[in-house]
Design a protein around this ligand. Sequence first.
Ligand code: HEC
Ligand code: HEC
Ligand code: HEC
Ligand code: HEC
Ligand code: HEC
Ligand code: HEC
Length: 665
Amino acid sequence: MSETLPSPLPPRRRKLPGSALGLTLAALLTLGLAAGAWYLFHGGRSSDPAPGRRDLPEDPRLVYAGPFRNITRDVKYVGSASCAVTGCHDSKVASYSRHPMGRSLFAVAEVDPVPPEDRAHNNPFNALDSQFRVERDGDTVRHRRAAFDEGGRPVYDVSLDAAYAIGSGTHGHSYLAIREGGDVFQTPISWYAQKHTWDLSPGFREAPSKEWLTAGRPVKPDCLFCHANRAEPQGGTVNRYREPVFDGLAIGCERCHGPGEKHVAARRNKEPVEGGADYTIVHPGRLDPPLREAVCEQCHLAGEVRVLRRGRGVYDFRPGLPLEEFLTVFVRASEGGRDNKAVNHVEQMHVSRCFRDSAGDNKLGCVSCHDPHVHVVEPAERVRHYRDSCLACHQEHGCRLPREERLKTTPEDSCIDCHMPRHSLGNVPHTAATDHRIVRFRHGEGPRREPLPAGPGLPVTPFHQPPGVGLGPEAERDLAIALLGPLSETGKVAPLSYSARALRLLEPAVSRDPEDWEAQEAKANAFWAQGRRGEALAVLQTVLARAPRREAALTRAGTLARDLNQRPSAIDYWRRAVEVNPWVAGYRAFLCELLAGEGAWEELRPHCEAWLRLDPASIDARQTWVKYLLRTGRKGEARSEFERVRALRPPNLSRLQAWFDEESK
Ligand code: HEC
Ligand code: HEC
Ligand code: HEC
Ligand code: HEC
Ligand code: HEC
Ligand code: HEC
């Protein structure tokens, strides 16, 4: 193939800067796999059994010494239905089912009310030179994408079956499709409740990987951990879950109360409750404030990156235990107190004086103002509800502004109107819309708040780390993983500047525990960031020798081996990646590129077909297919395939045409 011709290889290779990391990260981003905190949930524990692992930190569930009896590992989950037994918690069950958390995930047939699916609501709609359409057929809901030629005939028409709707509907719904084997993908179409319209899913228009628009976006465990009751990831994969994928759909009672087995049995057997308190199940209100807060922090403290601690599984946390023994949540190091409001509820509450100056059992917490079972929506009820919450502490030391002054601004004397205003950022998910810093003056009305002191020269700091205390070896490992994993991949830190530091932290971590795959993979990334690709690949080889199906290691090793021109082993890694996850078009792209380079047309054929099925909008896939047809002597078919390329009107059509003319001579 001559230099001047467009090649059917994935173009990312040529477009990108020569820097090793630019190539890697961009390539992985193109696959849509890197952004986000997937490291978090690649716990080795569940499917890469590591019998030889020494020295794992003790499981906090086993050493728990408090009063609650449902914390040890053997107590089973029984499902929210067991709490809904008539006569037990009727009012809680009924009110919780109306709370957004009690409605966080639905089977698509049960979405109520069904958003209108007509033209008046932008269905179908056009985007990115194609048409998107929601289509209902009985209980099946299809999200289609099609493109048409000038005569109005479809060039392609693909669909995903939307099986579940995610989101209570406050802001809208996104949809999940489940592929054979239990791989979960988010569809490209979402319903926006406030605008009352269908449109591309958030972030898809500028998607790092175009294949999201046809094949969907891989849904990683962190998403489901916060938005669903329970979905057990298959260790070592990016988005595959043990089937049936969901154990309970919406967030259930046991996510905040812990497993219910003992409690249900005790109440069925009418065991006496001693001392007036039932310790067979966690009552978060009876926990010390930091443990009580941990229950909500599970999901409301998103932070910048969350790293699963060594040896812990995604769902190991139990209410009643410290969250930081399961997860290290890294938050931005210095911006907490600024007027920059793009932080979550937990971090904001922590900078309030109400939080900092309250203590003991009266310490401010989420439940000081929110009953998690009750959604306060009526305007009059809302003002009264929150005023009562304030007055629980501010009865004596109340507002300095005289009441008659206050009533001029808010006739209902709504404390939150002045002290917890909503800000203009409005509806960005994962960002507080209501100011949880409980400000003295509304924005712009008083003196500026002092920013919090800057962190120790790093972009992130562990949220639960007491100030002035060193990190310790385990947290240092987590920090190194954060710096070289998700943070670098989202472009938030310059990996080179941290790679040396991270390597220093990772060396002792992996010599203590060579089967700590997350640390090993971070170490490979650190080498890679320094341009030491051979060493990076060697580290991944040791991982894959023991955990041969780790998807992230396979895709990294495949990219590195290709860059190092070790083509046979690159092919082998990509073959295995495709086997582990047959639903990612980008993996097929890499494999086809390598196979085409070797002239291995027969092996290429089924992979290129699968690539086209997954992502028929891909010009690269079609170009590869044209090339295959030409190389196997099927000129006529190649010509009709090239007509389809033309019908898709790619921006570089004239170059493609020249390439085709040359190749088909
Ligand atoms: C999002 C977390 C969360 C979920 C989900 C949740 N609870 Fe609670 N629950 C709490 C907290 C926190 C408290 C303590 C509240 C307090 O002390 O102010 C509590 C207290 C309780 C109590 C005892 C106190 C009381 O008010 O009677 C019962 C009973 C209870 N919850 C039942 C349920 C049931 C049944 C469900 C499922 C339908 C459920 N909870 C779902 C967090 C939750
Ligand atoms: C398992 C994850 C999880 C846990 C644990 C959790 N939340 Fe939530 N919470 C969510 C999600 C997800 C939403 C958004 C649901 C939606 O709208 O689809 C939410 C929404 C909320 C809302 C907003 C309701 C509204 O008006 O839209 C409040 C308030 C809230 N949670 C309070 C709490 C409190 C208090 C706790 C601890 C007692 C808690 N949550 C624990 C996941 C969680
Ligand atoms: C758990 C107890 C508690 C709750 C609930 C609480 N506060 Fe406070 N708040 C405090 C304490 C303690 C202080 C610091 C001492 C003081 O001013 O009384 C404080 C301080 C304040 C301040 C002064 C802030 C500053 O920066 O100088 C305001 C304003 C305030 N609270 C408003 C509210 C409002 C409004 C609510 C209800 C939405 C509320 N608080 C709920 C405990 C609480
Ligand atoms: C001092 C009272 C107070 C405390 C403490 C508090 N909230 Fe809120 N929260 C509010 C108010 C007021 C609203 C706005 C309600 C409304 O507009 O109807 C709100 C709204 C929310 C919302 C909906 C989105 C938004 O920003 O409007 C979520 C989610 C939420 N709170 C979570 C939490 C969590 C998690 C905690 C604990 C870290 C917490 N809140 C602590 C008073 C409080
Ligand atoms: C119209 C707006 C407004 C309303 C409504 C309002 N506040 Fe205030 N509040 C203020 C302002 C402004 C200050 C600061 C006054 C100053 O420092 O001169 C303040 C100060 C405070 C303080 C600090 C007192 C101190 O001595 O440091 C508390 C506590 C407080 N408010 C609580 C409340 C509570 C509780 C309510 C609801 C019953 C409420 N506020 C309603 C505007 C309001
Ligand atoms: C660490 C927990 C966490 C993770 C991870 C997380 N979310 Fe959320 N998400 C929440 C919470 C809590 C809320 C509600 C309160 C808020 O916005 O802070 C929410 C709100 C949302 C909303 C608005 C829901 C509504 O109806 O109001 C959408 C949409 C959403 N998340 C999508 C996603 C997607 C998609 C992912 C995965 C890529 C994801 N979230 C990852 C915790 C999380």
